[in-house]
Design a protein around this ligand. Structure first.
Ligand code: ADP
Ligand code: MG
Length: 349
């Protein structure tokens, strides 16, 4: 059995617009192991949600998707039909969205909605489905689960609704859960509770978790590995320690300066910001994706020890020397020189 819950290779997503084609996602490769949390982190508009929708087979009609591999729990699902995809959604992979009200149906009770997927996908009696729903509501910390089954979404608070969504995602014991900004709409204490709940459940159930966020604090707390996304590309990928201790891309270093670190940032001192905006990705892109985004404050501590090995065939893609699984991608020579890295001439396969 493969250890990979999810494998995605070279994903591209295009959306035709009146002004031209939007190249929203531009060749990203990632995987999530079983029992592992991969955080995709990036600014708003960089392509995180489209990436998750492409994996789930839920892209908007106008969007076109292209990739060379899509595997779920070791099974090739790249050419699955709409019908085959709907058989694995909510079953082998489940999704938790930012706003639970958009994915809960206001007209059905919590119990009916929890039981729907498992009754559809598994050969199970109504009684067993109901018992499983109660068990999972208890697992996600909902008191008085039996009575909650009869309630409707509008009778629950935002935090409780998100707990119900998590229970629903777990009903069929999926290989993979994709959570797109699951706590962004919640206040900070509830957010912390939901995140630690997700972490505990992952320890119990062992599924892969693809967690999408724009918040480096959430990354620090949740991730085993991190993929930093910028303007439709993954610019850096590696373990949470590799990225926090030894960030290779100047943009990753910029993001680090936007989070308060105890001991490093003094009380009252302003946090870093990254100037400028994400470039438009409509039409053929030329130039540097980071134009206008560098400043002294963004990249004032380049690491003189940073050594990179080119990954063969892929222009501007490198492995960080001596750091297994840590890769970085620059968009052009200017970005590479901003990184102040030492580049070795030997290519790795
Ligand atoms: P993120 O989740 O990182 O904030 P998205 O994946 O939602 O970003 O969007 C990536 C880019 O694609 C953005 O520029 C967004 O405006 C555009 N986009 C997303 N969905 C659509 C759509 N249905 N039609 C046109 N453009 C879209
Ligand atoms: Mg999004």
């Amino acid at each position: 059995m493969t250890n990979k819950a999810l494998n995605v290779e070279n994903l591209y997503i295009d959306i035709p617009l009146a002004e031209g084609v939007l190249h929203a996602v531009d060749g990203i490769t990632l995987h999530v192991d079983r029992g592992e949390t991969l955080c995709i982190v990036g600014e708003s508009g960089c392509g995180k949600s489209l990436t998750s929708l492409a994996i789930m087979g839920l892209l908007p009609k106008a969007a076109s998707r292209n990739m060379i591999a899509l595997e779920l729990g070791g099974i090739d699902i790249l050419n699955y039909s709409q019908k085959q995809m709907s058989n694995i959604r909510g079953n082998k992979m489940a999704m938790i969205f930012q706003e639970p009200m958009t994915s809960l149906n206001p007209a059905y009770s919590i119990g009916n909605q929890l039981m729907e997927a498992i009754l559809r996908h598994k050969n199970i009696s109504r009684k067993d489905a109901r018992d499983r729903a109660v068990e999972l509501l208890q697992k996600v910390g909902i008191i008085d689960a039996v009575n909650r089954l009869r309630q409707f979404p509008h009778q629950l608070s935002g935090g409780l609704r998100q707990r119900v969504m998590i229970a629903m995602a777990l009903m069929c014991s999926p290989d993979l859960i994709i959570a797109d900004e699951p706590t962004t709409a919640l206040d900070v204490t509830i957010q912390a509770q939901i995140l630690s709940l997700l972490k505990d459940l992952q320890d119990d159930f062992g599924m892969g978790l693809l967690l999408i966020t724009h918040d480096m604090g959430v990354v620090a707390r949740m991730a085993d590995r991190v993929a930093v996304m910028y303007a439709g590309q993954i610019v850096e990928q590696g373990s949470v320690h590799q990225l926090f201790d030894n960030p290779a891309h100047p943009y990753t270093r910029g993001l680090m300066r936007c989070i308060p670190v105890p001991g490093k940032v003094k009380r009252g001192e302003p946090l870093g910001t990254i100037p400028g905006m994400v470039p438009s990705l409509v039409g053929k892109f030329s130039g540097c994706r980071f134009d206008g985004r560098w400043s002294e404050s963004v990249d004032n501590e380049p690491d003189p020890m940073l050594a990179l090995e080119p990954i063969s065939e892929k222009k501007y893609s490198y492995n960080v020397e001596g750091s297994v699984g840590h890769s970085v991608r620059f968009c052009c020579d200017q970005c590479l020189s901003n990184s102040k890295a030492k580049v070795s001439s030997t290519k790795v396969a």
